[in-house]
Design a binder for this molecule. Sequence first.
Ligand SMILES: Cc1ncc(COP(=O)(O)O)c(C=O)c1O
Length: 504
Amino acid sequence: MTIERTTSGPELLLGLTREPGRTFRGQLEQHLRAAVRSGRLPVGSRLPSSRTLAADLGVSRGLVVEAYAQLVGEGYLEARPGSGTRVAAGVGRERPAAGGDVAVPPRLPIDFRPGLPDLTGFPRAAWASALRRALAEAPAADLGYAGPGGAPALRAALAGYLARVRGVEAGPGDVVVTAGYAQGLAALARVLPGRYGTRIGVEDPGSPGTRDSLARAGLDPVPVRVDAQGLVVEELAASGVRAVVVSPAHQFPTGVVLAPGRRTALLAWAATAGGLVVEDDYDAEYRYDREPVGALQGLAPDLVLYGGSVSKTLAPALRLGWLVASRPPLRAAVASARHDLDLGSPVLDQLALAGLVASGGFDRHVRRSRASYRRRRDALVAALGRHAPALQVRGTAAGLHAVVDLPAGTDEAALVRRAAAAGVGVYGMADYHAPGRSGPPGLVLGYACLSDHEIDSGVRTLAGLLEPGAADGDGRAAVRPGRPAAGEVRREPGWARPPRRPGR
Ligand SMILES: Cc1ncc(COP(=O)(O)O)c(C=O)c1O
């Protein structure tokens, strides 16, 4: 049996055969029914016009009109004047909606989930004009592959920006454009084992994303404790690892700024152990109270591999980030590992970002959003002062989230569960520890996406749940009797003091 008639147009792939007893019309109907039933033609999809399909198959238009009419009669298709012939609702298989494969829990009415900037503040007009400009001005040659490090214009813009704002020491050739920091880490996971072994130090508590992504790449993330001054460098040295991922400017999630003595000790460790520090500078543009803390990379470009992205400053949806690798053999290996993953990030977006940085539009946006996040940070601290004045809040000097220490003995998981039942999303510190490890109870509170009113109302609810004796649905108290209550928590010296509380 040979295919006699086949479509060649882009709309629909079909083949008809010449067989005794089987008409072209019958075959066409059969193919279309099967395609609808299997979901190959999903509900609502538009079929080619009878004229186009007839011309494509080399059959008469009347044949196609009759076949369509038959399937309309059977309920497979529907024909509406002006909108053509479409697959009717209620037949065939609905395709699962995009996104159903990623288990992201839905946001609660007031959700302190950390990790996102205020997406309503995305500078749409500035981005659209940067993109339009990139499209208008990019020579045709720029529409090819950008090469391992990314678009030269963006590498140059980032080298200048990171030097100016973060004290990063880099030339354009040191910058590798990535699809977000996460992809940079995935590229590093290909490069690190050959040079530094498969055991990689990670902060504990720390970013579950970092830990899991290294583990899924076949590496062995080794948790290293974080205390009030940041990563405990003696424990890092004792662990025997030769590479470590840290977030020195605003540790994720504790918000601790790596203390000056620890910065020095960490670099001394890298120098003596022949080690590498991977610096995750994920939200460093947002610093409110203190002098800016420069990137560690600026102190020792040969020992530190720096990473960042626009996920907190613009939006994660852009998937644009960077690695800065100054040491030549590592630099080339990182660039080619990143290139192997997908041959580069979308060039027009890279050029748009380069334009936005070069024009000062990026700086203006960060300045505006920093003021807005600072107000929300103040609102969170004020709400905690009003409703739960004894709770210690820390990590507020920078970033888009803060941490609240819970009274010793608090059943953190029960509190999180009960807050969720009351429509308030808070996140327990336990989620940020490596399996088998734990620490004092605490909550991570992201405030970037909430209004002052939501912050106040969420904190009030939380404070109510923390009152001694407030029982769980299953009868368990979040704060167990006999343990210190909310008002009795001990303030540890050295942790960042809450900034000014209005009215005090
Ligand atoms: C600790 C940390 N680093 C980096 C990132 C940014 O990742 P990306 O740039 O891939 O969006 C995140 C995202 O939430 C994060 O939590």
